[in-house]
Design a protein around this ligand. Structure first.
Ligand SMILES: Cc1ncc(C[n+]2csc(CCOP(=O)(O)OP(=O)(O)O)c2C)c(N)n1
Ligand SMILES: [Mg+2]
Length: 685
């Protein structure tokens, strides 16, 4: 067989595997894989620097399928290229990541081929995609990470990082707003290692894109500062190669390749229709499509002889050689730069350097205290000093979120300073979330920050970080009506509740500066869990830890901060964050009046729920049913802790624009209100 024939055979194998898997599952999207098989084939076989034997080799090129509904395209490639599985300990296993059996069980329980590609479930999948726009967003973070790592790790004679990022995306990605944000930032940073391939097929679910879309995409991207090129036929391998070579040769801008394709290419009745998007072709159409490809019509899941070997000889050989050379270079690097090599090793295993928590501040008692955003800024700066790969930024709110790294040499990440560690995401919260995920997928310990109210603008990537077990850090300040004058548009009500509802996301709302230290300490130790740190704008008293319990209780999610003298309280006061000191004031008054009260600081419901029942019952004794919760947030969920006899002091409406003190008075966040509520629940028992 000639090479051209082998190319065609491989492409048609991708197509037919995809068709058969979707047909067998009776669910899925056959059209895009059929159309894009030659595109993905060209990228993988001729350009991608990826070793199937070692899919986590740090300098591998990344491939992101942003149109995740075309998942069978990726699964077919992973199988045919023989990509090996990696376990959670980052060890490569002998077995295939995607077995033919998995493809036959596409979209079935426990198959490595779920409906949409899932990072950490299927080795070789670089990020979880499906929610359109997220993959392209992630890719910008991956591309940025390469530049930072190159700047940090490369040395003369030792080019440790020079990887590229390839993305396939569709009309859906192009329409989503996040894509504009991400492309704008990528253009600004001149990320020349980033290549998006746009499947311009004019079809989405409802039909022709003309129903809702008439952008001039090329002009749009030229405006973003991208290099734009076109391939007018997705089946033209030569032109595809040429376009990809243009990308390789472009050193000052990211590249967009607009590829005109025919969804469900080869299916005589479904080609170019939305009917090929969301449902199987149907037995008869499958037969006709196979006939069009010159394929045996009745064969199912057929992998002709020579196809696997063809991939092996192409991308497999190239990847293995590059990876082996990199590993050998790394051995020399280790001898020459042992510190850097150690950093790289730890980073890739999501470990921390020795002494990562040295010199963390400890804050003396202070009734005036400070805002938790301020203590957080101080802790973060120490941590970042100790951990070279801890970095991130803000969505144009550095002065407010206090997340800027201010020590000498921290610098701003810019196209002419790729070693900078402060990232200016601009006013692009949604892209910031996706980019932080991309940085984290590249093993940078990344954070993003904005006002808590704008977490709503980046909810999808917050959720995806949790799905992917990424240890990203979200710093959300201005956490309540305590914001004051900015008013109801800027005062979060339901945001805290909604973050608490995300499975796997740990929400921490510290009560004072020393709890902030412990929250950060806890956060840094996470290897596979995202954390949201919820911080105040307004000053909070720094509690006297000689008098009250130490802040290390934070790690348990909730702890007894102040207790009845005999340890047998009649009433429990529960609060998080800024309302803890309010409860302490009420506690002091109640104690002076002879009422046996306990204050429980609850920075994290999530962590508290992970404690054994004995601990939880020690903190919240079931016999004590007189309980009051206090939080400047929606009360939703607090009933779980205060029970049917308790009282919840919280927000039932939006806030109001006024100075802090007046807002707190209007909504009842005063010691007197808490004391009165405590007396009421005690009387009711
Ligand atoms: C954020 C988001 N909104 C909606 C969907 C549902 N959805 C999945 S695919 C799709 C249409 C995508 O069209 P296109 O990207 O052109 O893919 P094609 O049909 O051409 O393969 C939609 C609306 C989604 N996955 N993500
Ligand atoms: Mg489309």
């Amino acid at each position: 067989m000639t090479n051209e024939q082998l190319d065609q055979l491989a492409i048609n194998t991708i197509r037919t595997l995809s068709i058969d898997a979707v047909q067998q599952a009776n669910s899925g999207h056959p059209g895009a894989p059929m159309a894009l098989a030659p595109v993905a084939y060209t990228v993988w076989q001729h350009f991608l620097r990826f070793d199937p034997e070692d899919p986590i080799w740090p300098n591998r090129d990344r491939f992101v399928l942003s149109n995740g509904h075309a998942s069978m395209l990726l699964y077919s490639l992973l199988h045919l290229c023989g990509v090996k599985a990696v376990n959670p300990q980052y060890e490569t296993l002998g077995e295939l990541s995607v077995k033919l059996e998995d493809i036959k069980r596409f979209r079935q329980l426990d198959s490595r081929c779920p409906g949409h590609p899932e990072y950490r479930w299927t080795s070789g999948v670089e990020t979880t995609t499906g929610p359109l726009g997220q993959g392209v967003g992630n890719s910008v973070g991956m591309a940025m990470a390469r530049w930072w790592m190159a700047q940090h790790f490369n040395r003369p004679e030792f080019e440790m990082f020079d990887y590229d990022v390839y993305v396939i995306c569709g009309d859906g990605d192009m329409m989503e707003g996040i894509t504009g944000e991400a492309a704008s930032l990528a253009g600004h940073h001149r990320l020349s290692n980033l290549c998006w391939i746009y499947d311009n097929n004019h079809i989405t679910i409802e039909g022709h894109t003309a129903l809702a879309y008439s952008d001039d995409v090329a002009t749009r991207f030229i405006g973003y500062g991208w290099n734009v090129t076109r391939v007018s036929d997705a089946n033209d391998l030569e032109m595809l190669e040429r376009a990809l070579q243009v990308f390789k040769d472009t050193t000052d801008r990211p590249t967009l390749i607009i590829v005109d394709s025919h969804i469900a290419y080869g299916a005589p009745n479904k080609q170019d229709t939305s009917g090929a998007h969301g449902e199987p072709l149907g037995e008869e159409e499958v037969r006709l499509a196979k006939r069009a490809y010159g394929w045996p019509e009745d064969a199912k899941f057929l992998i002709p002889e020579g196809v696997r070997e063809h991939f092996r000889a192409g991308m497999g050989e190239r990847g293995q050689q590059l990876r082996d050379a990199w590993r050998a270079r790394f051995e020399e690097y280790k001898a020459e730069y042992p510190d850097l090599a150690d950093q790289l090793n730890r980073m890739m295993h999501r470990q921390l350097p020795e002494g990562w928590d040295k010199d963390l501040p400890s804050f003396p008692a202070d009734p005036k205290g400070m805002a938790t955003r301020d203590s957080s800024g101080r802790v973060l700066n120490k941590l970042a000093w100790n951990i070279p790969w801890l970095m991130g930024g803000a969505a144009d709110l550095f002065p407010s979120t206090k997340t800027r790294l201010t020590f000498e040499g921290a610098g701003d990440f810019e196209f002419d300073n790729r070693g900078g560690r402060n990232m200016h995401f601009g006013i692009r919260e949604h892209a910031m979330g996706a980019i932080v995920n991309g940085l984290s997928l590249s093993k940078i310990r990344a954070y993003g920050s904005t006002f808590l109210i704008f977490s709503d603008y980046m909810k999808p990537p917050i959720r995806l970080a949790a799905i992917m077990d990424l240890p990203v850090i979200h710093v959300f300040t201005h956490d309540s009506i305590g914001v004051g004058e900015d008013g109801p548009t800027h005062q979060p009500i339901e945001q805290l509740t909604s973050l608490r509802a995300v499975p796997g996301l740990i929400t921490l709302r510290p009560a004072d500066a020393n709890e902030v230290v412990e929250c950060w300490r806890f956060t840094m130790k996470q290897r596979h869990q995202p954390v949201a740190l919820i911080l105040t704008r307004q000053a909070l008293p720094t509690l006297d830890r000689a008098k009250y319990a130490p802040a290390s209780g934070v790690e348990k999610g909730a702890y007894i901060l102040a207790d009845a003298p005999d340890g047998k309280p009649a009433v429990l006061l529960l609060a998080s964050g800024s309302e803890v000191s309010l409860c302490v004031q009420a506690y002091e008054q109640l104690t002076a009046e002879g009422v046996k009260a306990r204050v429980v600081s609850m920075p994290s419901w999530d962590l508290f729920e992970q404690q054994p029942p004995e601990y939880r019952e020690t903190v919240l004794p079931p016999a004590v049913t007189a309980r009051v919760s206090v939080e400047q947030s929606s009360i939703l969920g607090w009933d779980r802790y205060v029970g049917p006899h308790g009282r919840m002091i919280g927000m039932h409406t939006f806030g109001a624009s006024a100075p802090l003190k007046e807002v707190q008075k209007k909504f009842g966040f005063l010691p007197a209100t808490v004391v009165a509520a405590a007396r009421e629940v005690l009387a009711g028992v």
